[in-house]
Design a protein around this ligand. Structure first.
Ligand SMILES: NC(=O)c1ccc[n+]([C@@H]2O[C@H](COP(=O)([O-])OP(=O)(O)OC[C@H]3O[C@@H](n4cnc5c(N)ncnc54)[C@H](OP(=O)(O)O)[C@@H]3O)[C@@H](O)[C@H]2O)c1
Length: 177
């Protein structure tokens, strides 16, 4: 936190996210200790929201059973072949936790380069990346982009105006998982 505030030249950050639990097998006492420290940071006003990242459904279930407060964000890598992290997304949707998806492009080359996606993009005069970001929003994902290219960033933001028909969303969802 101290380092982020220094580097960002600010006295608070919008969101503070636990990069990942200590064990892949479940939520541990060490994670609870870290989360309690993060809650203190939020209570002192140094962050507005708290989140957790790289979590499984098991992590989340155990975390929520151990703490009175749910995270505002869950931030996970989203693989199409795992139903775009379906189990965790549904868990979040039921609890009004915002699900942030990352590596939407890099984790899913089979979708990004799928002839059907290319065709859809050409017909809508957008890029395959824009189709994926729009699709992600349609299934309840807040898409994170990893671009460092200003033109790609403009395209990613412009995809907010792209709305896919429900049938198209269903087809994309079933392409890989
Ligand atoms: N919580 C975690 O553990 C974790 C881990 C990894 C990443 N993240 C976060 O997740 C976000 C996404 O990360 P990512 O790098 O895995 O994501 P990504 O958006 O799947 O991939 C970005 C890569 O795709 C390329 N690309 C081509 N066209 C693009 C377009 N229109 N829009 C975006 N990218 C395009 C980018 O190149 P150009 O730069 O040339 O556009 C870049 O090489 C980042 O904010 C990152 O900090 C979080």
């Amino acid at each position: 936190m101290v380092s982020s505030l220094e580097h960002l030249l600010t006295d608070y950050v919008d969101s503070y996210v636990l990069h990942g639990p200590a064990s892949g097998h479940g939520w541990t006492d060490a994670d609870s200790e870290v989360w309690a420290a993060m809650v203190k940071e939020r209570d002192t006003g140094r962050t507005r929201f708290l989140g957790v990242s790289n979590v499984t459904l098991r992590h989340l279930e155990q975390m929520i059973a151990s703490h009175p407060e749910s995270p505002a964000f869950v931030q996970n890598r989203c693989f199409a072949r795992l139903g775009w992290d379906r189990e965790v997304r549904l868990f979040c949707a039921e609890r009004k936790i915002v699900y942030q998806g990352f590596s939407l492009l890099t984790a899913n080359p089979e979708v990004l380069h799928h002839p059907g996606i290319k065709d859809l993009a050409a017909r809508a005069n957008v890029t395959p990346a824009q189709i994926i970001f729009s699709f992600a929003r349609s299934i309840g994902i807040l898409p994170l982009t990893g671009t460092s290219d200003p033109e790609h960033m403009k395209q990613d933001l412009a995809s907010l105006n792209l709305h896919l028909p429900a049938e198209t969303v269903r087809v994309i969802e079933s392409l890989a998982g």
